[in-house]
Design a protein around this ligand. Structure first.
Ligand SMILES: [Fe+2]
Length: 537
């Protein structure tokens, strides 16, 4: 669709309004709420060369889920070439339905490749904030450069979201969220604000949690700044869960085991309702397929992986690392050991066979096959793989008796080797893995089991959580070129054909809602050289 005149637009918008179904028996233009319905902001995501998804959710009374009742609303959406909406590119209407919490996901297509757009929603007299989105460059376009930023782990109680504020200020072309976008539960000592509900278990609980997050102005600004690519990690459902196995199961709770699939489905649905992703990702059985890829011209192919939904149970999960289970007040188990980390002894008889078992998987067979095919088909100058958990083994302990982090790729050596073999076999150009989860910054060279360099791994610390300083473990982690376990923040990258420049960006203080920031370190990865080089002196 080409440009349309303001008059034509007004005519179409008025016609769309007349079709609106409203709770009070009037037309769309007559809709009145106690407060504005667009309080949770707007978002865009899943960009393609001819469009993107735009998102909002009607929530005039954000914490009263019954307020909008069973009414279906028809919402007008507008996409323009300018932020004042003088040059309208596309418009239409979309349904906000009660069974999806009145979320609106619009797949906008027919736009020009490689350009900036602005979007907003309208319902009656109400108008949403304006968001900025970009289409990907045309598939074979020789793009000179692009900027992206990535982050993970935002615990609403443990800090303000200044890191999101600064990500938005950078105005990248793309933001990538690597999981733990919400936390299902409270933990940590220094809380600056409170969840207003207990651990999320039901659909209503998870919706409530996302609603509270989406009232945060810094998070709203980050969503409005550019399209996002999103994956999830464990806390979108339950700490350290994999597949349909809850960490609660380690306590032997049969009732938990039986009920967990329903809990996971509720969590997935609420995640879908609040993420700017294509509606086709939500399957009728409430499974959500979140892996996929996008091409940024011929410069980069971005892959998004799901390392939770299809994964085999962590190795040695039968080994009792749990010291206490407490289901009182809907609380979860407490892990034993300092920091609660699941570090295992890879030499223990009970672990060894499991770690070597090639049938164990991180991605599941279908996703592994898809990734292999997507890597084989890629003609991009850079292959950027966004996923959740550390690919480099993180070890701690002593050289004589190391312990490895079992909830990451290091706990699945044959699966990781299959991933590396795909990169090698298909000669994937310049592989760069983006990682979150571990609440500390890392920059790593990745090697396969034979010691062959296969790419680099860049790891973002958390937006707002307690951080984990692993400096003492560095002698046991020779692939690590940089580690910082003291700061919250994010990672921003500028990609050109010749190199990837990476800034490790730290905020000063997560307890400060207006925290400053600084660059802790800068690294280059040069095309054709699968190693990182620190360039900030
Ligand atoms: Fe996390």
């Amino acid at each position: 669709m080409g440009r349309i005149s303001r008059r034509e637009f007004n005519r179409l918008a008025a016609a769309a309004g007349a079709l609106t179904i409203v709770p009070f028996g009037g037309a769309g233009a007559q809709v009145r709420f106690v407060s504005p319905p667009f309080q949770l902001g707007v978002a865009s995501g899943d960009p393609s060369a001819d469009g993107f998804v735009i998102w909002t959710r009607l929530a005039p009374e954000p914490f009263d889920t019954a307020y909008l009742g069973q009414t279906i609303f028809e919402v007008v959406w507008e996409v323009a070439e300018d932020s004042s909406f003088a040059r309208m590119a596309k418009l239409g209407t979309a349904w906000a339905r009660p069974h999806l919490a009145h979320a609106v996901h619009v797949v906008v297509d027919g736009l020009q490749p490689g350009r900036e757009y602005f979007y907003r929603f309208r319902l009656g007299r109400y108008e949403s904030p304006t968001g900025r989105a970009l289409t990907c460059p045309a598939p074979d376009a020789a793009v000179a450069s692009m900027k992206f930023a990535f982050s993970s782990c935002a615990h609403y109680e443990q800090g303000y979201f200044s890191a999101y504020h600064w990500m938005a200020q950078d105005r990248p072309d793309l933001m990538i969220a690597l999981g733990d976008y919400i936390y299902e539960d409270s933990w940590g000592e220094r809380r600056v604000r409170q969840f207003d509900s207990l651990e999320a278990v039901t659909l209503d609980d998870y919706r409530h949690r996302y609603t509270q997050y989406r009232t945060d102005p810094d998070l709203q600004a980050a969503h409005a700044a550019c399209p996002w690519l999103v994956t999830w990690d464990d806390h979108e459902v339950d700490n350290d869960y994999v597949s349909e196995v809850s960490e609660h199961e380690l306590c032997g709770g049969e009732a938990v085991r039986q009920s967990f699939p329903a809990r996971r489905a509720a969590a997935y649905q609420a995640w879908f309702e609040h993420m700017p992703i294509r509606p086709s990702r939500l399957r009728p059985d409430m499974h959500v397929q979140i892996y996929g890829s996008i091409d940024w011209g011929s410069l980069a192919r971005f892959y998004v992986l799901d390392t939770r939904q299809y994964r085999s149970v962590q190795a040695c999960s039968g080994v009792p690392i749990v010291t206490r289970c407490d289901f009182g007040k809907n609380r979860k188990i407490l892990f034993g050991g300092a920091g609660g980390a699941s570090f295992i002894d890879p030499a223990a008889a009970s672990c060894k066979a499991e770690l070597a078992d090639a049938s164990r998987t991180v991605l599941g067979a279908a996703q592994e096959q898809w990734l292999d095919g997507a890597l084989a088909a890629s003609r991009a100058a850079w292959n950027v793989i966004a996923q959740n958990v550390m690919v480099m083994t993180v070890a701690e302990g002593t050289p004589e008796s190391p312990r490895i982090h079992s909830d990451a790729w290091g706990g699945y050596p044959p699966a990781r080797e299959r991933f590396f073999n795909s990169l090698i076999r298909h000669r994937a150009a310049n592989p760069v893995v983006l990682t979150g989860d571990i609440h500390s910054f890392w920059v790593c060279d990745l090697e396969n089991a034979a010691g062959r360099p296969v790419g680099v791994e860049l790891v973002a610390s958390s937006i707002a959580t307690t951080t984990y300083d692993k400096s003492a473990t560095l002698p046991l982690n020779p692939g690590a070129r940089f580690h910082d376990g003291e700061h919250n923040g994010y990672v921003r990258c500028e990609l050109t054909r010749g190199k990837l420049r990476t800034d490790i960006v730290a905020i000063d203080q997560r307890e400060d809602p207006r925290s400053g920031r600084r660059v802790l370190a800068t690294f280059d990865v040069r095309s054709g050289d699968p190693r990182v080089h620190r360039v900030d002196g």
